[in-house]
Design a protein around this ligand. Sequence first.
Ligand code: F6P
Length: 342
Amino acid sequence: MRVGVLTGGGDCPGLNAVIRAVVRKGVNQHGFEFVGFRDGWRGPLDGVTMPLGIEQCRGILPRGGTILGSSRTNPFGVEGGVERITDNLAAAGVDALVAIGGEDTLGVATRLAELGVAVVGVPKTIDNDLSGTDFTFGFDTAVNIATEAIDRLHTTAESHHRVLVVEVMGRHAGWIALHAGIAGGASSVLIPESPFDIAAVCAHVETRFRSEYAPIIVVSEGALPADGSGMTLVSGEKDAFGHVRLGGIGDRLAHEIERRTGKEARAVVLGHIQRGGTPSAFDRWLATRFGLQAIDAVADGEYGVMVALRGTAIVRVPLAEGTGELKLVSPQEYAEAQVFFG
Ligand code: F6P
């Protein structure tokens, strides 16, 4: 059996740990051969491959990024894309594919599986917004990076009596903001699921100043003001899956807080720092277990599924279950955190 492996979408700490586990178990226990497809769906689309075996996987467990490269290529947006993929898989002698990615990459995998391609999915995203799994790998690392940043920003905010706004990733879901905001003791956490009231945010800032404590506001890049007053910034550019490029809410928020409260406010955008570098121990563990179970699914001939974490068990769920609907922060979970706001 010859198995293709690809990683698509934004890079994410733990991708290499999945690749390593898939290959190690695939070679050592199942006697499989592997081929790496470069840069997400671009690899099978254009027939771009690289050798993939135990040798290529040595030393990659703690390394961020992906040795296979990544892209946001959408083969369904390309004329004849599906035929090109099936032709190139056949030409490379590939019997089954392991696709590691988030909603877009696994969305493509779901549609290909429906068309008969033998594919198993592994859920990845720092955003933790894939349904069907309790956690995606990459999220824990991102939360730890954001929390460390908040801890450091506390000291500057306190010393200079400033408001510090920390913009974190999260296009549709506020998981990183919520977890890092709680862990870092933020005075407000603003998430895409719940449009924010700028007056309430400013009131929280004033409360913090009265108690001589530093106001730290954690905001997801996709958060919006309740009145829709246009405080988000989008560049207008869209990727192949139609997502607009976000960024700018932190700066706009800092400006508005300064204007309304008269307190100096600065914004810090954590951006790709959250996705880069070495994965946390939890993410290495989760990514490794996902990889081991994904190659077992291939060995069992069980395709059209995604591996998922449920409690402490790794299970197989239909790909469509993971990609059908985003997993968002519930109103109850968000409300729970509000006792710490202000
Ligand atoms: O999907 C992960 C993610 O990091 C999102 O949080 C973010 O909105 C997006 O990717 C940014 O993507 P890019 O690096 O392609 O701009």
